[in-house]
Design a protein around this ligand. Structure first.
Ligand SMILES: *Cc1c(COP(=O)(O)O)cnc(C)c1O
Length: 409
């Protein structure tokens, strides 16, 4: 008889975005003439830089000829891409080529990384949070069940709210694995170098590890905000970093990302012996993965050309312009809002101390705008709401006009 992984039963039955999709589909079916503007899901809308699609076509042509054909590539990724990453993202940070592993997405990386850690590690997540960190640990059996307050047993929740200005405070109980994501999804807020250093020092003191998700680093415009955790002194001993081309270069459908595991990051076995996490991850990658396609890695390489960098920057500025429009409108309407500066996400406080899902329904039905209820990202997200800057400028302007009109009534 086939036994299932019982941990799956601990998962909440519906994924946040499928709930939203159902509500939107129902409303649209009942109101076919209404134009709904979607500012919910974190997917990009700007097309790929042309140098990237051209690099893909060229790579495809190479595969047509026996002389230039390529089969399996290195599991860790091609050197041509790893070298470009070092040069452009980790200059002067002392990272080594074989500390970089190319993958097909930061979501998979964040989910797969738990393979190399013992089941009895205690995890800490910020609340609200990108759901992948929590759900993959539920599946792996590292949590208890979900309590009535919406929190899982055996997980340390670190609230990020207005009260602490969205800067996570050190928890009372010491975690083994700490998930941090900055610029943050969903709140759009950032940490300064000093604020992040507090966490690096804490991890060093406690022999914990920080899993640092920097998927939105390209949106950072302020000087003292770290684009990589390795800008913080001492982080190379305690942090693994995840980066992705999805939100930065429009690769959500193309799929390419990478994880950085310095050889100096250590874990400990049951007897307290030191183990090298870079080797463990390398072993895992070679066992379960056969690399990202050659075509896609050539496309990623092209991002680092002069034209590629310019197009990426233009696209990011396009989204940021939208974020600015949203922030300004919310301010005019007297709605408190956070993020949106070094990030494509705007995290707003639901007016009149309202609930996230009620605000979702109101926006959908009265203004025909779709956003994401903060509660869907964790209990501390209740009372907040996420809007994204990933729509077109025209739609963003229209949505904000509608919102202004609705709220002034
Ligand atoms: C979108 C997103 C990712 C996923 O990126 P992929 O590379 O497309 O898998 C990872 N982390 C956060 C916080 C994200 O919002």
């Amino acid at each position: 008889m086939i036994k299932i992984n019982e941990n799956f039963k601990k998962m909440k039955p519906n994924y946040l975005f499928s709930n939203i999709a159902k509500k939107v589909a129902k409303y649209q079916e009942e109101n076919p003439d209404k134009k709904i503007i979607k500012m919910g899901i974190g997917d990009v809308t700007r097309p790929l830089p042309k140098v990237c699609t051209q690099a893909m076509k060229k790579a495809a042509d190479e595969l047509e000829n026996a002389e230039t054909f390529r089969g399996y590539g290195p599991e860790q990724g091609y050197d041509f891409l790893r070298e470009k990453i070092l040069e452009n993202e980790y200059k002067d940070l002392g990272i080594d080529k074989d500390e970089i592993f190319i993958s097909d997405g930061a979501k998979c990386d964040c989910g797969n990384i738990v393979d190399i850690f013992a089941k009895n590690n205690k995890i800490a997540i910020t609340d609200p949070v990108y759901p992948v960190y929590l759900d993959t640990n539920i599946m792996a059996g590292r949590t208890g069940i979900c309590k009535d307050n919406g929190m899982y047993e055996n997980v340390i929740y670190i609230p990020m709210t207005e009260e602490n200005n969205f800067v996570p405070l050190l928890p009372k109980e010491v975690p083994d694995i700490i998930y941090l994501c900055f610029p943050n999804n969903p709140t759009g807020t950032v940490l300064t170098k000093d604020e992040l250093k507090v966490w690096v020092d804490y991890a060093r003191k406690n022999k914990s590890i920080i899993l640092f998700d920097a998927a939105y680093c390209a949106f950072i415009e302020e000087e003292n905000i770290p684009k990589s955790i390795y800008e913080i002194e001492g982080a190379k001993d305690v942090a693994i970093e995840f980066k992705s081309y999805s939100k930065t270069a429009g690769f959500t459908g193309v799929r390419c990302a990478y994880v950085v595991i310095p050889k100096t990051v250590k874990g400990y076995d049951e007897n307290g012996n030191v183990e090298d996490l870079n080797s463990m991850w390398n072993r895992r990658v070679c066992t379960k993965f056969n690399g990202v396609s050659y075509i896609v890695q050539r496309a990623a390489e092209a991002i680092y050309t002069k034209e590629g960098m310019k197009e990426v920057k233009d696209n990011i500025n396009y989204y940021k312009e939208n974020a600015k429009i949203i922030l300004e409108t919310l301010k005019e309407c007297g709605i408190k809002a956070y993020g949106g500066k070094n990030s494509p996400y705007i995290w707003l406080k639901v007016p009149n101390s309202g609930k996230s899902w009620d605000f979702f329904d109101t926006l959908l039905e009265k203004v025909n705008i779709v956003g994401t209820p903060g509660e869907g990202f964790g209990p501390s997200g209740e009372g907040y709401f996420r809007l994204t800057a990933f729509n077109t400028k025209e739609n963003t302007i229209e949505a904000m006009e509608r919102l202004k009109n609705f709220l002034s009534k």
